[in-house]
Write a protein that binds this ligand. Structure first.
Ligand code: HEC
Length: 143
């Protein structure tokens, strides 16, 4: 093979590798499969969506929420709820009715912008109990 052509191909290959490498994490974020959360031990909440966290400061909810958070939210919102910058730091959500209803709306619906899923919708994938347990865990993290 002609030396010049070989170089060109090599450079092209590197460029493709770099672009690929940069793109991959962005895509895999939205596509990863949500993990079920076992909420046994928590008071069942029924079908109606609540506006306030019913498990505030409940120790069982903190434990369950910690595992639910780590398997479903940490890859974007950061380990131990310390945001790495990809998504907002959830420790700063207001601890009041507005904060709770904003939280549950976002988790149920996710966030989509210009046809791109920035955050997956969790309604139908994890239970309401799991969502509030995760909120309880988030609130237990020091700011
Ligand atoms: C694929 C990445 C990703 C995953 C996974 C993800 N989120 Fe998000 N989340 C985002 C992004 C990006 C935003 C910012 C959306 C915006 O700009 O309003 C966001 C916003 C939020 C907000 C609103 C925060 C605010 O300050 O307005 C809440 C609450 C939230 N996420 C909770 C969760 C919870 C709980 C989980 C796990 C069950 C989760 N997210 C999983 C990417 C993600």
């Amino acid at each position: 093979m002609n030396l010049r052509l070989g170089r060109g191909l090599q450079i092209m290959g590197i460029t493709v590798a770099i672009v690929w490498g940069l793109n991959l994490p962005v895509h895999s974020h939205g596509d990863a499969v949500p993990q079920p959360v076992d909420t046994q031990g928590l008071e069942p909440l029924g079908k109606k969506w609540l506006k306030r966290n019913p498990y505030k400061e409940n120790e069982i909810a903190i434990t369950i929420g910690s595992s639910g958070y780590n398997s479903n939210c940490a890859r974007c919102h950061g380990l131990e709820v310390k945001s790495g910058g990809v998504a907002p730091d959830l420790r700063y959500l207001e601890d009041d009715e507005e904060g709770d209803s904003w939280y549950i709306m976002r988790v149920r619906e996710g966030y989509h912008q210009g046809g791109v899923t920035k955050m997956p919708k969790f309604e139908g994938l994890i239970s309401q109990e799991a969502m509030w347990a995760i909120r309880t865990y988030i609130d237990s993290r020091p700011e």
